[in-house]
Write a protein that binds this ligand. Structure first.
Ligand SMILES: Nc1ncnc2c1ncn2[C@@H]1O[C@H](COP(=O)(O)OP(=O)(O)OP(=O)(O)O)[C@@H](O)[C@H]1O
Ligand SMILES: [Mg+2]
Length: 287
Protein backbone atom coordinates (compact mmCIF):
# COMPACT_ATOMS: atom_id res chain seq x y z
CA UNK A 1 0.00 0.00 0.00
CA UNK A 2 1.28 3.58 -0.77
CA UNK A 3 2.53 5.52 2.28
CA UNK A 4 0.79 8.90 2.98
CA UNK A 5 2.87 11.93 1.92
CA UNK A 6 2.16 15.59 0.95
CA UNK A 7 1.60 14.47 -2.65
CA UNK A 8 -0.25 11.47 -1.50
CA UNK A 9 -2.50 12.48 1.37
CA UNK A 10 -3.87 9.76 3.65
CA UNK A 11 -7.31 8.54 2.75
CA UNK A 12 -10.01 10.81 4.00
CA UNK A 13 -12.57 8.10 4.12
CA UNK A 14 -11.96 5.14 6.42
CA UNK A 15 -12.94 2.68 3.62
CA UNK A 16 -10.76 4.33 0.88
CA UNK A 17 -7.69 2.18 1.73
CA UNK A 18 -9.75 -0.97 1.79
CA UNK A 19 -11.28 -0.22 -1.61
CA UNK A 20 -7.75 0.39 -3.12
CA UNK A 21 -6.59 -2.93 -1.69
CA UNK A 22 -9.69 -4.58 -3.04
CA UNK A 23 -9.17 -3.17 -6.54
CA UNK A 24 -5.53 -4.41 -6.64
CA UNK A 25 -6.77 -7.80 -5.57
CA UNK A 26 -9.50 -7.67 -8.17
CA UNK A 27 -6.94 -6.69 -10.82
CA UNK A 28 -4.71 -9.56 -9.77
CA UNK A 29 -7.70 -11.89 -10.07
CA UNK A 30 -8.51 -10.49 -13.50
CA UNK A 31 -4.87 -10.95 -14.57
CA UNK A 32 -4.91 -14.50 -13.28
CA UNK A 33 -8.09 -15.21 -15.18
CA UNK A 34 -6.62 -13.58 -18.26
CA UNK A 35 -3.51 -15.75 -17.96
CA UNK A 36 -5.58 -18.91 -17.67
CA UNK A 37 -7.63 -17.79 -20.64
CA UNK A 38 -4.50 -16.98 -22.66
CA UNK A 39 -3.00 -20.39 -21.85
CA UNK A 40 -6.16 -22.19 -22.85
CA UNK A 41 -6.36 -20.09 -26.04
CA UNK A 42 -2.79 -21.07 -26.83
CA UNK A 43 -3.65 -24.71 -26.30
CA UNK A 44 -6.76 -24.43 -28.48
CA UNK A 45 -4.72 -22.73 -31.17
CA UNK A 46 -2.06 -25.46 -31.00
CA UNK A 47 -4.74 -28.15 -31.28
CA UNK A 48 -6.32 -26.27 -34.17
CA UNK A 49 -2.96 -25.96 -35.96
CA UNK A 50 -2.32 -29.69 -35.48
CA UNK A 51 -5.74 -30.48 -36.88
CA UNK A 52 -5.14 -28.27 -39.93
CA UNK A 53 -1.80 -29.96 -40.51
CA UNK A 54 -3.38 -33.44 -40.25
CA UNK A 55 -6.17 -32.41 -42.65
CA UNK A 56 -3.67 -30.98 -45.11
CA UNK A 57 -1.71 -34.21 -45.17
CA UNK A 58 -4.97 -36.18 -45.57
CA UNK A 59 -5.94 -34.03 -48.56
CA UNK A 60 -2.52 -34.53 -50.09
CA UNK A 61 -2.80 -38.28 -49.64
CA UNK A 62 -6.32 -38.30 -51.16
CA UNK A 63 -5.07 -36.23 -54.11
CA UNK A 64 -2.30 -38.72 -54.71
CA UNK A 65 -4.77 -41.62 -54.47
CA UNK A 66 -7.11 -39.92 -56.92
CA UNK A 67 -4.31 -39.19 -59.35
CA UNK A 68 -3.11 -42.79 -59.11
CA UNK A 69 -6.68 -44.05 -59.65
CA UNK A 70 -7.35 -42.00 -62.77
CA UNK A 71 -3.92 -42.83 -64.17
CA UNK A 72 -4.59 -46.52 -63.56
CA UNK A 73 -8.03 -46.34 -65.15
CA UNK A 74 -6.77 -44.71 -68.34
CA UNK A 75 -3.85 -47.09 -68.49
CA UNK A 76 -6.10 -50.03 -67.72
CA UNK A 77 -8.42 -49.46 -70.64
CA UNK A 78 -5.59 -49.08 -73.09
CA UNK A 79 -3.54 -51.96 -71.74
CA UNK A 80 -6.47 -54.37 -71.66
CA UNK A 81 -7.16 -53.71 -75.35
CA UNK A 82 -3.56 -54.14 -76.44
CA UNK A 83 -2.93 -57.16 -74.23
CA UNK A 84 -5.98 -58.91 -75.56
CA UNK A 85 -4.90 -58.40 -79.17
CA UNK A 86 -1.35 -59.62 -78.51
CA UNK A 87 -2.30 -62.68 -76.44
CA UNK A 88 -3.44 -64.96 -79.26
CA UNK A 89 -0.70 -64.40 -81.87
CA UNK A 90 1.86 -64.61 -79.07
CA UNK A 91 0.42 -67.97 -77.97
CA UNK A 92 0.94 -69.26 -81.53
CA UNK A 93 4.47 -67.91 -81.68
CA UNK A 94 5.40 -69.57 -78.37
CA UNK A 95 3.92 -72.89 -79.40
CA UNK A 96 5.71 -73.06 -82.77
CA UNK A 97 9.00 -71.77 -81.42
CA UNK A 98 8.75 -74.46 -78.71
CA UNK A 99 8.22 -77.14 -81.36
CA UNK A 100 11.24 -75.90 -83.33
CA UNK A 101 13.40 -75.84 -80.20
CA UNK A 102 12.65 -79.50 -79.59
CA UNK A 103 13.38 -80.47 -83.21
CA UNK A 104 16.61 -78.56 -83.82
CA UNK A 105 19.94 -80.13 -82.80
CA UNK A 106 20.88 -78.83 -79.33
CA UNK A 107 24.43 -77.63 -80.05
CA UNK A 108 23.60 -75.81 -83.31
CA UNK A 109 23.60 -72.08 -83.94
CA UNK A 110 19.91 -72.33 -84.90
CA UNK A 111 19.11 -73.79 -81.48
CA UNK A 112 20.76 -70.84 -79.75
CA UNK A 113 18.71 -68.45 -81.91
CA UNK A 114 15.42 -70.19 -81.24
CA UNK A 115 16.20 -70.27 -77.47
CA UNK A 116 16.73 -66.51 -77.56
CA UNK A 117 13.47 -66.03 -79.47
CA UNK A 118 11.66 -68.16 -76.90
CA UNK A 119 13.14 -66.25 -73.94
CA UNK A 120 12.09 -62.92 -75.42
CA UNK A 121 8.62 -64.20 -76.32
CA UNK A 122 8.15 -65.59 -72.79
CA UNK A 123 9.10 -62.20 -71.40
CA UNK A 124 6.41 -60.55 -73.54
CA UNK A 125 3.98 -63.24 -72.40
CA UNK A 126 4.78 -62.38 -68.74
CA UNK A 127 4.14 -58.70 -69.43
CA UNK A 128 0.82 -59.48 -71.10
CA UNK A 129 -0.26 -61.79 -68.26
CA UNK A 130 0.66 -59.16 -65.65
CA UNK A 131 -1.10 -56.43 -67.62
CA UNK A 132 -4.27 -58.47 -67.94
CA UNK A 133 -4.23 -59.38 -64.27
CA UNK A 134 -3.55 -55.75 -63.42
CA UNK A 135 -6.32 -54.33 -65.56
CA UNK A 136 -8.97 -56.95 -64.87
CA UNK A 137 -9.74 -55.00 -61.71
CA UNK A 138 -11.80 -57.82 -60.24
CA UNK A 139 -13.63 -56.96 -57.06
CA UNK A 140 -12.26 -59.21 -54.33
CA UNK A 141 -14.32 -62.31 -53.62
CA UNK A 142 -14.30 -62.14 -49.84
CA UNK A 143 -14.58 -65.38 -47.89
CA UNK A 144 -13.70 -66.50 -44.37
CA UNK A 145 -10.26 -68.03 -44.56
CA UNK A 146 -7.00 -68.38 -42.63
CA UNK A 147 -3.94 -66.23 -43.38
CA UNK A 148 -1.76 -69.15 -42.26
CA UNK A 149 -3.07 -71.30 -45.17
CA UNK A 150 -2.44 -68.48 -47.64
CA UNK A 151 1.11 -67.94 -46.34
CA UNK A 152 1.84 -71.69 -46.50
CA UNK A 153 0.72 -71.62 -50.15
CA UNK A 154 2.95 -68.62 -50.89
CA UNK A 155 5.92 -70.42 -49.29
CA UNK A 156 5.26 -73.38 -51.61
CA UNK A 157 4.81 -71.15 -54.65
CA UNK A 158 8.09 -69.34 -53.93
CA UNK A 159 10.12 -72.40 -52.90
CA UNK A 160 11.43 -73.33 -56.35
CA UNK A 161 12.43 -69.74 -57.21
CA UNK A 162 14.18 -69.44 -53.84
CA UNK A 163 16.00 -72.72 -54.36
CA UNK A 164 17.08 -71.74 -57.84
CA UNK A 165 18.55 -68.47 -56.51
CA UNK A 166 19.93 -70.06 -53.33
CA UNK A 167 17.87 -67.81 -51.06
CA UNK A 168 16.52 -69.01 -47.70
CA UNK A 169 12.84 -68.46 -46.85
CA UNK A 170 12.11 -67.88 -43.17
CA UNK A 171 8.35 -67.59 -42.65
CA UNK A 172 6.79 -67.34 -39.20
CA UNK A 173 3.01 -67.34 -38.80
CA UNK A 174 0.17 -68.72 -36.77
CA UNK A 175 -3.45 -69.43 -37.57
CA UNK A 176 -5.15 -66.05 -38.17
CA UNK A 177 -8.76 -66.09 -39.38
CA UNK A 178 -9.45 -63.34 -41.90
CA UNK A 179 -12.15 -62.28 -44.31
CA UNK A 180 -10.40 -61.86 -47.67
CA UNK A 181 -9.99 -62.92 -51.31
CA UNK A 182 -7.66 -65.92 -51.03
CA UNK A 183 -6.30 -65.83 -54.59
CA UNK A 184 -5.66 -62.07 -54.48
CA UNK A 185 -3.84 -62.20 -51.13
CA UNK A 186 -1.75 -65.11 -52.35
CA UNK A 187 -0.74 -63.21 -55.48
CA UNK A 188 -0.10 -60.02 -53.52
CA UNK A 189 2.24 -61.63 -50.96
CA UNK A 190 3.93 -63.78 -53.60
CA UNK A 191 4.79 -60.68 -55.69
CA UNK A 192 6.55 -59.11 -52.68
CA UNK A 193 8.32 -62.34 -51.73
CA UNK A 194 9.56 -62.87 -55.33
CA UNK A 195 10.90 -59.29 -55.36
CA UNK A 196 12.62 -60.08 -52.05
CA UNK A 197 14.20 -63.25 -53.46
CA UNK A 198 15.39 -61.37 -56.55
CA UNK A 199 16.85 -58.61 -54.36
CA UNK A 200 18.46 -60.91 -51.76
CA UNK A 201 20.46 -62.92 -54.31
CA UNK A 202 22.75 -65.89 -53.65
CA UNK A 203 23.09 -66.76 -49.95
CA UNK A 204 20.46 -64.18 -48.96
CA UNK A 205 17.28 -64.55 -46.97
CA UNK A 206 13.64 -63.45 -47.11
CA UNK A 207 11.88 -63.27 -43.76
CA UNK A 208 8.13 -63.05 -43.37
CA UNK A 209 6.46 -62.45 -40.01
CA UNK A 210 2.75 -62.34 -39.26
CA UNK A 211 1.42 -60.51 -36.21
CA UNK A 212 -2.21 -60.08 -35.39
CA UNK A 213 -3.98 -57.48 -33.29
CA UNK A 214 -7.62 -57.40 -32.22
CA UNK A 215 -8.94 -56.11 -35.55
CA UNK A 216 -6.03 -56.32 -37.98
CA UNK A 217 -3.11 -58.42 -39.12
CA UNK A 218 0.34 -57.12 -39.98
CA UNK A 219 2.56 -58.94 -42.43
CA UNK A 220 6.17 -57.82 -42.56
CA UNK A 221 8.45 -59.02 -45.35
CA UNK A 222 12.14 -58.25 -45.07
CA UNK A 223 14.97 -59.31 -47.38
CA UNK A 224 18.73 -59.13 -47.09
CA UNK A 225 19.24 -57.36 -50.43
CA UNK A 226 20.58 -53.88 -51.05
CA UNK A 227 17.31 -52.13 -50.26
CA UNK A 228 15.29 -49.73 -52.40
CA UNK A 229 17.14 -46.63 -53.71
CA UNK A 230 15.87 -43.55 -51.81
CA UNK A 231 14.64 -41.77 -54.96
CA UNK A 232 12.72 -44.88 -56.08
CA UNK A 233 10.77 -45.32 -52.81
CA UNK A 234 7.93 -43.03 -53.89
CA UNK A 235 7.63 -44.64 -57.34
CA UNK A 236 7.79 -48.38 -56.78
CA UNK A 237 3.99 -48.80 -56.60
CA UNK A 238 3.47 -46.97 -59.92
CA UNK A 239 2.60 -49.20 -62.88
CA UNK A 240 5.57 -49.89 -65.18
CA UNK A 241 8.14 -48.53 -62.74
CA UNK A 242 11.02 -50.98 -62.78
CA UNK A 243 14.76 -50.90 -62.25
CA UNK A 244 15.14 -54.45 -63.54
CA UNK A 245 16.27 -55.32 -67.02
CA UNK A 246 13.50 -57.88 -67.41
CA UNK A 247 10.90 -56.45 -65.05
CA UNK A 248 7.43 -55.35 -66.15
CA UNK A 249 7.08 -52.98 -63.19
CA UNK A 250 3.56 -54.26 -62.56
CA UNK A 251 4.23 -56.53 -59.56
CA UNK A 252 3.92 -53.84 -56.87
CA UNK A 253 1.18 -51.94 -58.75
CA UNK A 254 -0.90 -55.15 -58.51
CA UNK A 255 0.09 -55.46 -54.83
CA UNK A 256 -1.07 -51.91 -54.14
CA UNK A 257 -4.40 -52.47 -55.85
CA UNK A 258 -5.11 -55.68 -53.94
CA UNK A 259 -4.18 -54.12 -50.56
CA UNK A 260 -6.44 -51.13 -51.28
CA UNK A 261 -9.32 -53.39 -52.37
CA UNK A 262 -9.00 -55.11 -48.97
CA UNK A 263 -9.05 -51.71 -47.21
CA UNK A 264 -5.54 -52.33 -45.97
CA UNK A 265 -2.36 -50.29 -46.09
CA UNK A 266 1.17 -50.98 -47.33
CA UNK A 267 4.43 -49.25 -46.55
CA UNK A 268 7.84 -49.80 -48.09
CA UNK A 269 11.04 -48.77 -46.36
CA UNK A 270 14.64 -49.80 -45.90
CA UNK A 271 15.82 -51.67 -42.83
CA UNK A 272 18.54 -50.13 -40.64
CA UNK A 273 20.65 -53.23 -41.26
CA UNK A 274 20.02 -53.13 -45.00
CA UNK A 275 17.40 -54.70 -47.24
CA UNK A 276 13.85 -53.67 -48.05
CA UNK A 277 10.93 -54.01 -45.64
CA UNK A 278 7.30 -54.18 -46.75
CA UNK A 279 4.67 -53.80 -44.01
CA UNK A 280 1.11 -54.64 -44.87
CA UNK A 281 -1.80 -54.09 -42.51
CA UNK A 282 -5.08 -55.84 -43.31
CA UNK A 283 -8.36 -55.60 -41.43
CA UNK A 284 -9.44 -59.05 -40.22
CA UNK A 285 -13.13 -58.35 -40.83
CA UNK A 286 -14.57 -56.40 -43.76
CA UNK A 287 -15.63 -52.89 -42.75
N1 LIG B 1 12.74 -56.13 -52.15
C1 LIG B 1 13.17 -55.16 -52.94
N2 LIG B 1 14.44 -54.69 -52.82
C2 LIG B 1 14.89 -53.70 -53.63
N3 LIG B 1 14.16 -53.11 -54.59
C3 LIG B 1 12.90 -53.54 -54.75
C4 LIG B 1 12.33 -54.56 -53.94
N4 LIG B 1 11.05 -54.75 -54.33
C5 LIG B 1 10.84 -53.88 -55.34
N5 LIG B 1 11.92 -53.16 -55.61
C6 LIG B 1 12.07 -52.12 -56.65
O1 LIG B 1 10.78 -51.75 -57.09
C7 LIG B 1 10.69 -51.93 -58.52
C8 LIG B 1 9.24 -52.27 -58.88
O2 LIG B 1 8.90 -53.56 -58.41
P1 LIG B 1 7.77 -54.37 -59.16
O3 LIG B 1 7.59 -55.67 -58.47
O4 LIG B 1 6.58 -53.50 -59.33
O5 LIG B 1 8.33 -54.57 -60.62
P2 LIG B 1 9.54 -55.52 -61.08
O6 LIG B 1 9.88 -56.50 -60.00
O7 LIG B 1 10.62 -54.65 -61.57
O8 LIG B 1 8.87 -56.28 -62.30
P3 LIG B 1 7.74 -57.43 -62.23
O9 LIG B 1 7.37 -57.64 -60.80
O10 LIG B 1 6.61 -56.87 -62.99
O11 LIG B 1 8.39 -58.60 -62.84
C9 LIG B 1 11.71 -53.00 -58.83
O12 LIG B 1 12.15 -52.92 -60.17
C10 LIG B 1 12.82 -52.67 -57.84
O13 LIG B 1 13.64 -51.64 -58.34
MG1 LIG C 1 8.34 -57.63 -59.09
Amino acid sequence: MTQPSPENPPPTHPFDGISQDASIQELTEVFKEFNTFATSMEETYRKFADKVEALESQIKEKDEQLERKSRLEALGEMAAGIAHEIKNPLGGLLMHAGMLERDIAKDSQEHRFITRILTAAKHIDDIIKNMLSFTREEAPRMVSTDLADILAQVRMDAAHVAEEKNVALDFSFESTPIYADKAQLRQMILNIVINGIQAAGKGGKVELALRSEAASAEIEIHDTGEGIPQDALSKIFNPFFTLKEKGTGLGLAIVHRIVTAHKGTIKASNHDNGGAVFSITLPLESR
